[in-house]
Design a protein around this ligand. Structure first.
Ligand SMILES: Cc1cc2nc3c(=O)[nH]c(=O)nc-3n(C[C@H](O)[C@H](O)[C@H](O)COP(=O)(O)O)c2cc1C
Length: 179
């Protein structure tokens, strides 16, 4: 079965093969926010990774065409908000369904001392100072030094994006237990 699948995929272009492969990479969904001194920005992203504990750092991969790309690569502080399972509407809103301030319509948003917006009631928010960035192809890897962490929920139940859909692992685990 695995072999047949390998042959079917190999018949496609490398880009298509990569897209098919990446559908199997389930990732927590985050919203990256920033404040550029004049306006707030928000954007959904799954390409978010912990980088170092000393100094505490995260990295995010941002499309060079995205609105937040300019402010963040010019050095704006930013925040990585890890969404809770019931926040898929916020993922959609910040993933392109809304623009400008419309991206802050759903959800309870607050501001850190530096002005960076963060989302209340999400799994966790990591406020970061811009550290450095590196362009590669269509995207830019941005490294931020974490200066503040907010934990927004008692239970751990993150929103996961896999195979083009939102998944709810905690609910799925409960269903499996009840079987
Ligand atoms: C579930 C999901 C995950 C996404 N992950 C990323 C990502 O990791 N990096 C990225 O640059 N865009 C990602 N996007 C796309 C951006 O959120 C979208 O292109 C962006 O909000 C457009 O913003 P703009 O109109 O301000 O440029 C993702 C969208 C969704 C719905």
């Amino acid at each position: 079965m695995g072999e047949a699948c390998t042959i079917a995929v190999a018949a496609r272009s490398l880009r298509e093969q990569m897209e098919i492969g990446l559908r199997r990479l389930g990732r927590p969904v985050a919203v990256i926010t920033c404040w550029d001194g004049e306006r707030r920005w928000a954007k959904t992203a799954t390409a978010v990774t912990e980088l170092s504990m000393d100094p505490p750092s995260l990295l995010v991969c941002i499309d060079r065409q995205a609105g937040v790309h300019g402010p963040i690569t010019r050095g704006a502080n930013f925040c990585v908000n890890i969404l809770h399972a019931d926040q898929h509407a916020i993922s959609e809103q910040c993933g392109g369904a809304e623009r400008g301030e419309g991206r802050f319509r759903e959800g309870r948003w607050d501001s850190a001392a530096c002005g960076t917006p963060y989302l209340r009631g999400c799994e966790a928010s990591f406020v970061c100072e811009y550290a450095t960035h590196m362009d590669h192809g269509t995207h830019t890897i941005v490294v931020g030094t974490v200066t503040e962490v907010q934990i927004g929920t008692d239970e751990i139940d993150p929103l996961i994006y896999v195979d083009g859909h939102y998944a709810h692992p905690a609910a799925d685990a409960l269903t499996a237990e009840g079987q």
